[in-house]
Design a protein around this ligand. Structure first.
Ligand code: DGL
Length: 262
């Protein structure tokens, strides 16, 4: 079984991408809504939450952990990799690799939470593989609450997105990383505002493709994750009605969210 966690529903975009690639592999999802948003938390808190989330998923039989959250990936993935004896997939490295491959002019934009942008992890990983690139980052702290509220197509959300993207347009980026797993839910309003010629890198899809490359290379890992007749389960540490309907719209079907104390 695959274990996936995020601060809330954003990581469901990763779960959805994994499900499309591997409908036969069961997963357990944990959204830490009681502590959301992660993007405004300190590094210490994010490490603590990430360890707790990982313990919860392990106790439910996860054999691999997908950190479906850029804020947690940027601050805690190193610590999880060091302390847990199972594969850990984060959402950052696959997105950086794709951006480095696609950008022609070397001007790459990053939008993410404050935690992700301030960590500098995207910039340093990009420097390692394409030192000629410049990364232009924009923290967008208002977007996660708007998504969690289900305001995906509201006029106010469009105005805020336009304001956040303006400095990146001025830098003439040719590639934009959606460095938060909530943002694919806003891609319909992001794409026209950044310009259709800009490549959009979805960190959720790239993480799922990275998982696929791991499983393609290791058939024993694939066999370990298979658990026939086991249903996917979705746990949250707090539950409100907008979240319930947002989860259903992400998967295109009703999703039963189970509230747990972690
Ligand atoms: N979706 C998460 C991320 O990728 C968390 C956002 C948040 O809770 O602030 O960063």
């Amino acid at each position: 079984m695959i274990g996936i966690f995020d601060s809330g529903v954003g990581g469901m975009t990763v779960a959805r991408a994994i499900e499309q690639l591997y409908p036969d592999l069961p997963y357990i999802y944990f959204g830490d809504l009681a502590h959301s948003p992660y993007g405004s938390k300190s590094r210490e808190m994010l490490i603590e939450y990430s360890c707790r989330n990982t313990d919860f998923l392990l106790a439910h039989g996860a054999k691999i952990i997908v950190i479906a959250c850029n804020s947690a990936s940027s601050t805690a993935s190193h610590c999880l990799t060091k302390n847990y004896p199972l594969p850990i997939v984060d959402v950052i490295t696959p997105a950086v690799n794709k951006a480095a491959r696609l950008s022609r002019n070397g001007r790459i934009g990053l939008i993410g939470t404050r935690a992700t942008v301030n960590s500098g992890v995207y910039a340093s990983r990009l420097q390692d593989i394409r030192p000629d690139c410049e990364i232009h980052s924009q923290a967008c702290p208002l977007l996660v609450p708007l998504v969690e509220e289900g305001w995906l197509d509201r006029r106010e959300t469009k105005m805020i997105v336009r304001k956040y993207l303006r400095p990146l347009r001025d830098k003439q980026i040719d590639t934009l990383i959606l460095g938060c797993t909530h943002y694919p839910l806003l891609s319909k309003i992001i794409i026209p505002r950044i310009g259709k010629r800009v490549h959009i890198i979805d960190s959720s899809v790239e993480a799922a493709l990275h998982l696929k490359s791991l499983l393609d290379a290791d058939s024993s890992l694939y066999a370990l994750l298979r658990a026939p007749a086991v249903e996917n389960r979705y746990f949250v540490s707090d539950l409100s009605s907008p979240v319930q309907s947002l989860a259903a719209s992400i998967f295109g079907r009703p999703v039963h969210l189970e509230k747990v104390d972690v």
